[in-house]
Design a protein. Sequence first.
Lengths: 208, 331
Amino acid sequence: MTEKNRDTLDRALRQLPQYDPPGQLWEALDRALTAEASQQTLHSAIREMPSYAPPKMVWDAIEEELVDDQVVLRLPRKRRLRRWVAAASVVLLCSIAGWWWQQNQIGREQVAITYSEETVVAADFLANDWDEDEEAFGMVAAFCQGGNVICQQPEFQILTLELETLNSAREDLKAAITAFGQDPDLIAQLTAIEFERTDLLKKLVAKI
Amino acid sequence: MSQERSVFRLNLVHLYSTIRDLIFYHTISPFYMKRIFHIIILALLASPLLAQQEQLLQVVTKQIEKTLKYQKGDIIYINGEKADVRIATWDKKQVHVILELVAKHQDKATAEGDLELMSYLIDRAGSKINVSNHLVKNKKDRKASSQLKAYYVITIPKDCPVDLRNHFGKAELVNLRQELDVRSEFCQILLENVKGEVGIETRFGDVTGEKLDGEFRIASVRSDITLTQLSGSFNIKAKYGKIKIDAEHSLIDLNIDAEKSDIILLNPSLATHNFNLTAFYGKITVPEDMQFHFKEQNEMVNKAELNLPSTEKKVSIQTSFGSIVVARMEM
């Protein structure tokens, strides 16, 4: 709708007298509007207000904007996916490398040499003194070389056979001590055999 | 406390005066002269003792580590010399060997040189996985003067049979489940949780076993045998040894054929076994409440039996010049 006498109307409006409202007016208006009754009136008035459906083009425009937004949103998702793929690839590569390394280690010999120091007891009792009393054992052999009948007795022969077994073990241990060094374990074993040999020698000597 | 402080202060004063006299006047009080004399004498006496007590050795260790693929049908052959061998199992289809060769000597270069005289092998030949070490002579025919030792830690699949030879050392066999064959001399044998067909031949090496199940054959000379928590059948042939079997809660067939050996059978499960005990020139001791029947009892031979018609399981023990003791309590 167009105004035919717009200029006349403007002029008349400009000529209208102007008044300033009194100072308390706005406060009174505010009180009246915030009052409960006024609120109810206001809400019922709002409900009664006419509603208008927007034109289709408005929705089209919004939809277009949303589609654009979705495009923008999809991009980070793709990026995230790419990141996941990259991370998975790194993990996979590491696993393959680990597996390959492990497979490569199978059959391969790894050699390392290390150095350290050790304080040990160095005493005379580790010295090779096990041949010092061998003469006594030789004495029995010398006694039997003469063909004495005592040596033919079964009990004497059994003891002699036992002594020979122990002598053989003794030689083995002596050889091991020479080859591998004065190991306390070997010396302890040799000592145990020496005890048994001494016991046997005493039994043999008692029969002579 | 204050008294101690004052005494300490007094001693310090005396010491100071003694040193001062010694430096400036070349004199010393008879009291400190005596003390110093005692300290010098003690130091002189102790010095050779201290020197003898401790010795510093240079230890050179060569560690070899190798993993081999395992296939069903493979057998591991271990041949050790002066070696401590530990064999255990795992779930992997691999054989893993860690071998440490150790040389100890006062001189580092000698230890290094002697270490080279310890040769080793960890390799496969067909279905045989060979693991071994032995001492070799060098080109100048020089013998090692260092203390030498080998340590094995071997991990195998449960179904891998083991053939072990070792001279001078120790063998520790844990959680094995397959055929096991051990031949050793001067080697202590420890078995723990071993199941399967087991054969052991030992000379001058004690056998100790716990949680054993299967068919065991042990032949020993001059070795003690101690076995606990047993299942299956055990056949022991021993000469010159002490045999101790703890048969509590065990369901076993036990046969011991010994010479010049003492045998102790602890806590036998009486309700399930027949007993047949024979000792030539030795005694048999059984618990009073057990209904043993002594067939022979004289100086030359003692024979005791306990027969249960309801069972075929048998404990048969024979020895000579040694005793047989059946007992319920821990001895």
